[in-house]
Unconditional design. Structure first.
Length: 97
């Protein structure tokens, strides 16, 4: 049981590390973002490529004193990475303004 748990944690670190490497290439300041991780299954309405994956989202924070949508600011552009559960490889990404 410990081996399975250790493997799962190892793969989770890889998923997050791969997403962080991709995010770092955008040149945005990580301090201006919240990170959200979610498990994605086919029941979520995903296509075959999204089945049994994880979503790792870097969501832009609001400017201090501002209200509205998280991307309605100059702090950055939110990005969602879809990562494989097994390899941790980033399968695709989607950005929003």
């Amino acid at each position: 049981m410990k081996w399975v748990r250790a493997r799962a944690q190892h793969t989770a670190r890889h998923r997050l590390a791969h997403a962080h490497e991709r995010f770092a290439q955008t040149g945005q300041d990580l301090n201006d973002f919240d990170i959200q991780i979610s498990e994605r299954t086919r029941e979520d309405g995903e296509d075959e490529n999204g089945e049994n994956t994880f979503g790792i989202a870097f969501v832009a924070k609001l400017e201090p004193g501002k209200k509205g949508l998280g991307n309605a600011n100059r702090l950055g552009r939110s990005v969602l990475y879809i990562a494989s559960k097994t390899s941790g490889e980033i399968l695709r990404e989607a950005g929003s303004r």
